[in-house]
Design a protein around this ligand. Structure first.
Ligand code: TRP
Length: 330
């Protein structure tokens, strides 16, 4: 059997989750939860680094994020699920790590430069935003996590975390294990227009989206752009819709469609209708679970409370060790 890891990963609560998240992140978490000890958390302080001027939605997004996770099969018994700001130990470790992190490391961080350019409408010239990776390092090191599943854009943050851990161990003696990154494949599902699925491109289907709206989106979806008319033969490999079918219903038999598309006997409308049906069957149980959880806020609260308690126990233990190393154990 493969080695059992302590895994940690987080998401910022900046809006509802879509199928790109499901087929890029959540299905991977669902696999990992079977074999490892997993800490999955809602990085609300990280959301604050860019949303600080208008943080009104963060609390609600955090609750909804948890509901989306649970509805997608992330197990609240097996895993430790919590909200970052409920475990104040993250803030103390962030403070202590900030003391040893050279400014140059943060200023050189490519993700920092990119996001600053992308979000020009927001003033990100803040201490908190520059320190984003230090807080992330605190998240990771607090649980002495050995493996961190992240997307490619997060690799520079992970490298910084490793460097911070190394510097800590060099100054104060070996204590914080350096985590390994575990690169999650980028989402296997493209957006409705063939670009990356993203809220900002307006090409996403949300896990909680109303079925009529899903239907309309699918019916106006881009397919094989070389196939202009019904009598033109198509190529499922060039089609934007085809991967939706095979991902949403992997057990399905698609030989008729493949053949019909290639010899122009099956039209794109036909495939769209099939996808609408399969999509409904896929989303229905997720949405039913979401609704059930929304109707039971006490249950969601309980899950969070239990997760916070479990997380804090680990975090407090690590922090005791850190304080000892720093001679701050009064
Ligand atoms: N920065 C991550 C993102 O935007 C979220 C995050 C915060 C995270 N802390 C983390 C991910 C620790 C992994 C581990 O996606």
């Amino acid at each position: 059997m493969s080695e059992k890891h302590r895994i940690l990963s987080g998401m910022r609560p900046t809006g509802p989750l879509h199928l790109g998240h499901y087929f890029g992140v959540l299905d991977n978490w669902a696999k990992l939860q079977k074999e490892h000890t997993c800490f999955f958390f809602i990085a609300d302080w990280h959301a604050f680094t860019s949303e600080y001027a208008d943080p009104g939605n963060i609390k609600q997004f955090s609750r909804e994020l948890l509901i989306d996770w649970l509805a997608s099969g992330i197990d609240s018994e097996e895993n430790v699920l919590f909200i970052q700001s409920c475990v104040k130990e993250h803030a103390e470790l962030n403070l202590l790590l900030s003391m040893i992190t050279p400014l140059g490391w943060l200023e050189r961080n490519p993700t920092y430069k990119e996001i600053k350019q992308e979000l020009i409408s927001k003033d990100l010239n803040t201490f908190g935003f520059l320190g984003y990776p230090v807080l992330q390092a605190a998240d990771i090191l607090l649980y002495r996590s050995s493996m961190i599943p992240v997307g490619e854009d997060q690799l520079p943050h992970l490298e910084l975390c490793r460097e911070i851990a190394r510097r800590f161990n060099y100054f104060y003696g070996d204590f914080l294990p350096e985590p390994q990154g575990h690169l999650t494949e980028s989402s296997r599902l493209p957006g409705l227009d063939g670009r990356k699925m993203s809220k900002s491109y307006n090409n996403a289907i949300y896990l909680g989206e109303d079925m009529e709206s899903v239907r309309q989106k699918i019916m106006s979806m881009l397919t094989d752009t070389n196939r202009k008319r019904l009598k033109d033969p198509g190529d499922p490999k060039q089609c934007n819709l085809y991967p939706y079918l095979t991902l949403i219903d992997p057990e399905g038999d698609y030989s008729d469609i493949e053949e019909g598309c290639s010899n122009a006997s099956v039209g794109c409308m036909n495939c769209k209708k099939i996808l609408v049906e399969k999509m409904e069957a896929f989303l229905r149980p997720i949405q039913a679970k979401r609704q059930e959880l929304k109707n039971d806020p006490d249950k969601v609260e309980d899950i969070l409370q239990k997760g916070t308690d479990r997380a804090r126990e680990y975090a407090a233990h690590t922090l005791d060790g850190v304080r000892k190393k720093l001679n701050l154990d009064y």
